[in-house]
Design a protein around this ligand. Structure first.
Ligand SMILES: NC(=O)c1ccc[n+]([C@@H]2O[C@H](COP(=O)([O-])OP(=O)(O)OC[C@H]3O[C@@H](n4cnc5c(N)ncnc54)[C@H](OP(=O)(O)O)[C@@H]3O)[C@@H](O)[C@H]2O)c1
Length: 285
């Protein structure tokens, strides 16, 4: 059986959908913090089990009979190393044969502040003796597209990435790649650097938004501290504003760029262009 942590999250739900294209529902286990949020997943015939990263006592029973596990990195910044360690320990105790972990692009050398918890998790996997495969995911298109409404309202896309190039892909692309790895053979020991086939600067993204929406949007680059303040002013929690401003700043130095095309290699098709995801974002508002 193949289990997915964080199965009620945005990536987790897409992974479940992608997995069901490859295997029967009775081969899939959704590990969730809150089973009440997973009723629709259970209706698809998937076994839903309670598994909270911060309650290690839930993890052992949740992993009974699981051969392969996708550990989707937690979104609880600052607690992730401890949480992921608890899952790795439970996987080892349960005899899981492969752990796939959603890390970050070029985690070992990345200048992104958020890469630190991923690096430590990768080390924990290395030290555990459990066979593992690293899915070093690049940026989601959706990270920048979430700001399109505000960009249209203000005729400005704000950031700190200067002319750094961003090789993002859709969340669904990364989910499908995870399903390919989880249902493939001989994955232990592999490290995938996953990113979109094409890259863009934020000026180019602003031009694309202008073309597709008919509303003029210009990219305005801000110093990191100023961008962080803008994010705080629009109500983002401090750690998230910090993370986004830091990530943009690192993007200016190439931290979100990759041209290895390993993601499309796994998918067996080109990655979803940002223009397509933008069209969807504009259509759904
Ligand atoms: N590559 C990128 O661009 C990018 C962008 C953002 C985030 N990420 C990383 O990728 C992960 C997946 O992305 P996403 O878009 O699916 O994020 P998401 O929608 O925020 O999903 C995070 C998942 O983690 C679960 N979770 C949090 N704390 C937990 C706990 N204590 N025990 C069990 N589960 C817990 C959440 O459970 P609930 O459903 O109960 O809330 C949720 O299902 C994120 O968590 C983050 O580490 C990557």
């Amino acid at each position: 059986m193949i289990a997915i942590t964080g199965a009620t999250g945005q990536l987790g739900r897409l992974v479940i959908t992608a997995l069901l294209e490859h295997v029967q529902a009775d081969q899939v286990v959704a590990l969730v913090r809150d089973p009440l949020k997973a009723e629709d997943i259970a209706e698809r015939g998937v076994d839903v089990r309670h598994a909270d990263y911060s309650q290690p006592s839930t993890l052992g029973t949740a992993l009974v009979g699981v051969e392969k596990l996708l550990l989707i990195s937690s979104n609880e910044l600052g607690q992730r190393v401890e949480q992921h360690q608890a899952v790795i320990d439970a996987a080892k105790a349960a005899g899981v044969k492969l752990v796939a972990y959603t890390s970050v692009l070029h985690a070992d050398t990345s200048a992104l502040g958020l890469a630190e918890e991923h690096r430590q998790t990768e080390h924990a996997l290395q030290n555990s003796g459990v066979p593992y495969v690293l899915l070093r995911n690049g940026w989601y298109h959706e990270n920048y597209l979430a700001g399109v409404g505000s960009a249209l309202a203000h005729h400005a896309l704000l950031g700190s990435a200067e002319d750094g190039r961003i090789s993002s892909a859709s969340r669904a692309d990364y989910a499908e790649a995870a399903a390919v790895v989880l249902t493939g053979s001989d994955q232990a020991g592999k490290v995938y650097e996953l990113a979109g086939d094409d890259s863009y600067s934020l000026s180019e993204l602003a031009a694309l938004i202008t073309r597709q929406s008919g509303t003029h949007v210009a990219y305005q680059n801000l110093p990191e501290a100023e961008y962080r303040k803008v994010l705080l002013d629009i109500g983002l929690p401090e750690p998230v504003a910090e993370l986004l401003a830091d990530s943009d700043s690192a993007a200016a130095k190439g931290a979100l760029f990759d041209d290895g095309k390993q993601l499309s290699g796994l998918l067996g098709r080109p990655t979803t262009p940002v223009a397509v995801s933008l069209q969807q974002a504009l259509a759904t508002g």
